[in-house]
Design a binder for this molecule. Structure first.
Ligand code: SF4
Ligand code: ZN
Length: 291
């Protein structure tokens, strides 16, 4: 079978709803990511972008793409203290940043705050972990001089969030499912998502084809949701389903009601929050209470 893009080389993989040769796949992948960076003004003059580098393939590719685009980037890694996982992710992140010639900053949750994600009781691991990451990924990069934070969320992650929010009635949360999420507070950095129009499998294939580090195992605390399989199943029957849906998700976001956050200062750490004590300080208090 011939590649559907160049019509010369033999097609060896499927991506973007097409049978492609390796060269065309790499070219189309880069073009899609660069299109998102440019079309949604993810990076502007004077921006210094902190890339949340977990060590997983998505964040690795996001960092590489932004660097190749010419953005002023540095990597930020959080060691969450998950046994059999976090130390290896930190090593991968440090090695990859060094290979790419990018500065990296690491926060060890255990060394700097005295607890690990697995020490938090009474709350689902991913929900507690998400709160820790949201807090540190804003505060630390901001203190290091970043103007934006980039994450490796890909198209399939966003579609999964969208469907879950829709079914649970959390419509307002869909407002944030855009490639460039502006700041709502002077101390909250805007979030950007360069992989907004490329999916998980395409990102994995890109990482493998370009010899980027890909760790086989996922976080041992990750739960399998099945949503991505459903999304791919539909795409098998409906060409370009994912990219059409993600563009609708982006357009719909502007019509979603805002959450009307009333900002205040956390009485413990002073960071912006909608509550008296921010989610991070509440988690720390919860860990201290169990000690
Ligand atoms: Fe954290 Fe859950 Fe992701 Fe593991 S899977 S890193 S616990 S959010
Ligand atoms: Zn706080």
């Amino acid at each position: 079978m011939r590649c559907e893009a160049c019509r010369r080389a033999r097609a060896s993989l499927r991506g973007f709803s097409m049978d492609l040769c390796e060269d065309c796949f790499i070219r189309i992948y880069r073009r899609r990511v660069f299109h998102v960076i440019k079309a949604y003004s993810l990076v502007g003059r004077g921006d210094r972008v902190a890339v949340a580098l977990s060590g997983g393939k998505d964040s690795v590719v996001a960092l590489k793409m932004l660097k190749e685009y010419g953005a002023d980037v540095f990597a930020y890694h959080i060691n969450l203290g998950i046994p059999g996982y976090s130390d290896e992710m930190e090593s991968i992140s440090r090695e990859f940043a060094a290979e790419l010639g990018v500065e990296i900053h690491v926060t060890s949750l255990r060394e700097e705050y005295g607890f690990r994600v697995v020490d938090i009781e009474g709350r689902k691991a991913c929900s507690a972990c998400g709160a820790v990451k949201r807090y540190l990924m804003n505060r630390v990069p901001r203190e290091l001089g970043a103007t934006k934070v980039a994450t490796g969320h890909n198209m399939d992650d966003i579609l999964e969030f969208f469907l879950k929010n829709l079914l649970s009635g959390n419509y307002a949360w869909n407002r944030k499912l855009v490639p460039h999420n502006p700041s709502e507070h002077p101390l909250v950095l805007p979030r950007i998502r360069p992989l907004f129009e490329v999916g998980e499998r395409e990102t994995l294939a890109y990482a493998l084809l370009t010899d980027l580090p890909v760790r086989a195992d996922r976080c041992p605390l990750a739960k399998f949701s099945g949503w991505k399989e459903i999304i791919y199943e539909i795409e098998r029957k409906k060409k370009n389903f994912r990219v059409q849906l993600i563009r609708s998700v982006r357009e719909l976001a502007a019509h979603m009601p805002g959450e009307g956050t009333v900002w205040r200062e956390c009485t413990v750490c002073g960071e912006p929050t909608s509550r008296e004590v921010c989610a991070f300080c509440s988690l720390r208090a919860r860990v201290d209470a169990h000690d």
